[in-house]
Each structure stands twice: as structure tokens, then as C-alpha cells.
Design a protein around this ligand. Structure first.
Ligand SMILES: C[S@@+](CC[C@H](N)C(=O)[O-])C[C@H]1O[C@@H](n2cnc3c(N)ncnc32)[C@H](O)[C@@H]1O
Length: 202
């Protein structure tokens, strides 16, 4: 049983295949275009794929919704979430074109039809007009700046993966924020200080 299957026992056979294929795909692409540090690529399943899926454990995203992943890098958290939610439409954006190339290649190799990947700054996406049910992200910028970029883009709110002591950063952002510890769902030292920050719109 893989690490992902241990925490998500109800996956379909197709989702199991997609998650099983993901580490090797990232190893292959990372050797060509660096999207994960060389040191961390050995931990891609736990540190990147499973970590991304902490957002799924909140059970806030439901089928039929739309999600924007801002500053997705090589596709985290957007790609693992797109496998988890085949009936949710994902838009992944990053300001670095070669990272978006990796996202497109990995999405194609996994046969994902619910992923759109755009090379642009989020402020410029669709001329500022598009709106999504949820905005998700990991490790892009401080919360205040992030809220400034994305608040007008979301109907239900922001789900942001962050670590460490976030008290000052949350106060500065000036929005109601719930901190959900990832260690509630996943074991291990890596997750000890990690949180899903939930910033509800209403
Ligand atoms: C530290 S990386 C994190 C990548 C990915 N979310 C992850 O966790 O592996 C931050 C990414 O945010 C992107 N980024 C920063 N500001 C951005 C903006 N305004 N719009 C789109 N992407 C942005 C950078 O190009 C970079 O790839």
C-alpha cells in the first residue's frame, strides 16, 4: 500500500494508478527542469503529493466547483488535488514558464482533463476578470500580499498551506483565518508544524 492509499483508502483504481505514477513522473521532469529541490525529490510522495492533499482532508471543495492554484510551481497543490477531484475544474498559474511546462506535461501524462495551466502572474490572469469557487496555494508569499492578489477572485475563500508560527502573519492579513493542523490527518515529523489556513469569504 502506498502512503497516499494509506490516508485515502477510497480512491478509485484510476486514481490509485495516477498517484502511483506521479513520483516517477516528477523525478523524470525534475531532472530536466528543476521544480523541486534535488534534496527533496526523494520525498516527493510525502512532502509534495501528500502535503497537497491536506486541502482535500478539509472536505471543503466539492464536485462541480472551480479551483485556482496560485503560484503552482511544478503543480502543488493543484495536480494532486485534480487527481483527487476529477469533477472539479482546476486552473494552475505560475509566473515562470518552464514550471508551467512541467505542469502541462505531468497533467497530460496522467490523463487529466480537468487541468488548465497558464503562464502568467495571477494579477494578470484572464485580464483580472475570472473568478473561482476556491483559491488554493502553498508557499508563495506572505498572507497579506496573497489576500491582496486573490480575494476578488474567489467566491468561498482561500485554502493556503503554510508552516510555522503564523500568528503575526495572520494578524497582519486582517481576515478571519482558521488554522487547521495537518498533523490531525497525517503522521510524521514533516507535518508537525504544517497548517491549512482557511480564510472563508463569508
Ligand atoms: C516557492 S514556489 C512554490 C511552488 C508550489 N506552490 C509548491 O509549493 O511547490 C512559489 C511560486 O510562486 C510563483 N509566483 C510568485 N508570485 C506569483 C504571482 N504573482 N503569480 C503567479 N505565480 C507567482 C513563483 O514563480 C514560484 O514558482
Amino acid at each position: 500500500m502506498t502512503l497516499i492509499e494509506r490516508y485515502f483508502p477510497d480512491l478509485t483504481p484510476r486514481q490509485r494508478e495516477q498517484f502511483a505514477a506521479m513520483p516517477a513522473l516528477y523525478e523524470e521532469w525534475n531532472a530536466r527542469i528543476n521544480v523541486i529541490s534535488r534534496k527533496d525529490i526523494a520525498h516527493v510522495e510525502e512532502h509534495h503529493i501528500l502535503h497537497s492533499l491536506a486541502i482535500a482532508k478539509t472536505e471543503l471543495i466539492v464536485p462541480g466547483e472551480t479551483v485556482l492554484d496560485v503560484g503552482c510551481g511544478g503543480g502543488f497543490p493543484g495536480i494532486p488535488l485534480a487527481v483527487c477531484y476529477p469533477e472539479v475544474q482546476f486552473t494552475l498559474v505560475d509566473s515562470i514558464g518552464k514550471k508551467i511546462k512541467v505542469v502541462k506535461e505531468v497533467a497530460a501524462a496522467l490523463g487529466l482533463t480537468n487541468v488548465r495551466a497558464e503562464h502568467c502572474r495571477v494579477e494578470q490572469l484572464d485580464g483580472g476578470r475570472s473568478r473561482f469557487d476556491w483559491v488554493v496555494s502553498r508557499a508563495v508569499t506572505d498572507l497579506r500580499t496573497f489576500v491582496g492578489w486573490t480575494w476578488s477572485r474567489t467566491t468561498y475563500g482561500i485554502l493556503y498551506l503554510k508552516g510555522g508560527d503564523l500568528t503575526a502573519e495572520i494578524a497582519e492579513a486582517g481576515r478571519k483565518t482558521e488554522q487547521l493542523p495537518v498533523s490531525t490527518w497525517f503522521d510524521g515529523e514533516f507535518f508537525e508544524t504544517k497548517k491549512v489556513l482557511v480564510l472563508p469569504k463569508k
